[in-house]
Design a protein around this ligand. Structure first.
Ligand SMILES: Nc1ncnc2c1ncn2[C@@H]1O[C@H](COP(=O)(O)OP(=O)(O)O)[C@@H](O)[C@H]1O
Ligand SMILES: [Mg+2]
Length: 257
């Protein structure tokens, strides 16, 4: 299967600090990847760098998406090509309703006007799938939304925009069991409906329970230190990141090498 995203030797600086120090990571089409690692290790930085946030400067390396070098492209150009990032802490945008925000993002992505009737219909159906109260569509984006509603709003955006690559940054953190279920259901719908690829940044196994994970990457200190299959997530949760399992038994696939 051809590669959707190919990140090669990525070095990223934030302010004066080099956070990513040579990350290599490849995601194929229609694949689900998990990115784990201790706090402050550069996982969110990686998400921001791939989506093109200008605060994150690429000092070395390349980001190739669908065979095109996008390292220098602006955020909106990357979004047009099908990259989506769900933020760890979604921004509040007073004065712009959730509905208007999504419609505008969709029009920017496709470069075409979308009939209001068609848009509203799809929005309503998708909100129903996510158990979202329809009144949220006409509320200002994320303003006064609970943590769970903010995360649902992000999943709603993903389902409406149908990106080829969605990066979900701790979309499950701080959610109760029901909200995690809704989010993970939304991710499943995304896989079925859009056949897109996912990079899920998480510490939790709950959100992954109903998903087929293809590859797990472990980041530490700005590098990918370990890669494996779906079972690596469980092993990491059992053994911790610290020594990548130096202390557990030799059959553990997460054991450092
Ligand atoms: N916008 C920023 N300004 C200053 N420092 C940042 C910024 N974003 C990230 N960092 C720093 O980069 C490091 C990695 O952060 P981050 O990518 O958020 O880690 P993770 O998501 O793995 O917890 C941390 O030391 C953090 O303080
Ligand atoms: Mg983070």
């Amino acid at each position: 299967m051809s590669n959707l995203l190919e990140v090669k030797n990525l070095h990223v600086r934030v302010e004066d600090k080099e956070i990513l120090q040579g990350v290599n990571l490849t995601i194929g089409e229609d694949e689900t990847h998990v990115l784990m690692g201790p706090n402050g290790t550069g996982k969110s930085t990686f998400g921001y760098a791939v989506t093109g946030n200008p605060s994150y400067t690429v000092t070395e390396g390349q980001i190739i998406f669908k065979g095109e070098d996008i390292t220098e492209l602006a955020v909106n150009e990357r979004a047009k090509r099908g990259i989506f990032l769900s933020f760890q802490n979604p921004l509040e945008v007073p004065g712009v309703t959730l509905s208007a925000f999504i419609r505008s993002a969709l029009e920017q992505k496709t470069g075409e006007r979308i009939r209001l009737f068609d848009f509203k219909k799809k929005l309503k159906e998708t909100m129903e799938l996510l158990n979202m109260d329809p009144s949220y569509a006409e509320r200002d984006l994320n303003v006064g939304f609970s943590g769970g509603e903010k995360k649902k709003a992000e999943i709603l955006q993903m389902l409406m925009l149908e990106p080829s690559l969605a990066i979900l940054d701790e979309t499950d953190s701080g959610l109760d069991v029901d909200a995690v279920k809704t989010v993970s259901n939304g991710i499943k719908i995304f896989k079925e409906r859009c056949k897109g690829s996912l990079l899920i940044i998480t510490h939790s196994t709950r959100i992954l329970e109903s998903l087929k994970v293809d590859v797990t990457h472990v980041m530490s200190g700005g590098y990918i230190v370990k890669e494996g299959g779906a079972d690596l997530v469980n092993q990491i949760n059992e053994c911790g990141f610290e020594s990548l399992c130096k202390n557990c038994n030799e059959n553990c696939p997460a054991r450092g090498n």
